[in-house]
Write a protein that binds this ligand. Sequence first.
Ligand code: NAD
Length: 448
Amino acid sequence: MRVNDPVSRRRFLGSSPLLAAAAATAARTAKAQINDASAPPPKPVRLGFIGVGIRGHLLMEAAAGLSGVELVAAADCYRGHLDRARELFPGVAVTGAYGEVLSRADVDAVVIATPDHWHLKMLKDALGAGKHVYVEKPLSHSWEEGEEFIAAAERGGKAIQVGSQYMSAGCAQQAAALIKGGRLGQVTLVEGRMHRNSATGAWYYPIPPDASPETVDWKGFLGPAPKRPFDLARFFQWRLFWDYSGGLPTDLFVHMVTATHQLMGVQEPDSVVAFGDVYHWKNYREVPDQMTALARYPEGFVLKLTSTAANAHPGPLLTFYGTEGTLEYDGNAMKLFHEPRSESFVYSTRSWPSATVARFRELMDLDETLSPVDGPTVAEAIEYRSPHDEDATRAHVRNWIQAIRSGGRPIEDVPFGFHAALVGHMCNVSYRAGKTVRWDRNARRVEA
Ligand SMILES: NC(=O)c1ccc[n+]([C@@H]2O[C@H](COP(=O)([O-])OP(=O)(O)OC[C@H]3O[C@@H](n4cnc5c(N)ncnc54)[C@H](O)[C@@H]3O)[C@@H](O)[C@H]2O)c1
């Protein structure tokens, strides 16, 4: 398709206003339903929070901005985080024991935002207590946990949202529709990058000056992790250590993998290879500060992922490369580039005698630049912005609340969340083994 042809150009641009109009109609209908004075107000969904550190606070703020949602209780292992929760939400009951949140009859649903090594046990406990669950990404701490997560979710029968908010980003549906509709042609390569260049970006979070054995519940933090002596670096900078985190692949790659799976309509790679090292941030760090991985999908494309903590040069989160176009994707914004067609036979016929070139030009109907006479198409960028300005995290929590109310399935269910984390786990198995690793779909095992 050619961008300078008015008919196909209209087709090329077409989906943007159409999709925007559909989104506007849906928004109007939803608003009309909310404003329908005759409809009884929905029963509030009452939330408990387990883990109210950095992410837990963002999730409390996101939930507090939604109508029909009440914040009831919060549990954490550091007193300062509970004090801060009370500063911001004075009505919230706080406790150091998450079991107390789960046993409250006035809590319908819980948000789990603890370090990764706790997710499986807390999800199972929450389902056992009859609660709906929002559990942060990465869903799992190892690939071996996957089947247990999936079985628990099926048994539990509750609305479980895995917390990769890119799934609910403003451009996600439109981008998926563009790719599915063939606007990029055949996509054979996807590239993702997420870089940082600061101590905070490298996960050396500051330790609060009041942290001590009196204000920090060390045993509560360790839970199912190996026993170790009290260590504030491990408590506040847990991402640096394998016992609690999978490092860059499960912390950052998982966002790019989730969006790739959503936009490309896939879930499981067949093989992954990863290289990484601790190049720059060497202070007591176990996990690499730089990683690059390739994941190959049986649907016919490769996903290349990189994160470094030693350079923060900006770039799009993901780039989808297709035979007809390129999509730079950032969740709430994206740019579509038409792929210019620039066939020319100058290079390939330069060793031919002039008369042969002339004859070839005539036979092939080429112009004086030895290109097809209908001329090359031009590269053109079309920018899209989210049709609304809602923050992706709030939209993701809203999607979960809607699923709780409707009895439906949230946008990121447990199998999807596990497969996104799986790519990160495969990166770490590959990094340690120094070779390509395979995902056996039938046996549901990583083979090193
Ligand atoms: N979706 C995103 O963009 C995003 C961003 C940041 C973090 N996260 C995820 O959120 C989770 C938390 O990350 P964070 O940055 O908030 O870490 P954090 O260290 O700031 O907070 C974790 C909190 O969990 C608490 N905790 C640990 N064990 C507990 C227990 N047994 N009971 C109650 N509380 C307990 C800790 O005291 C701490 O306050 C991680 O899984 C992380 O990957 C997701």
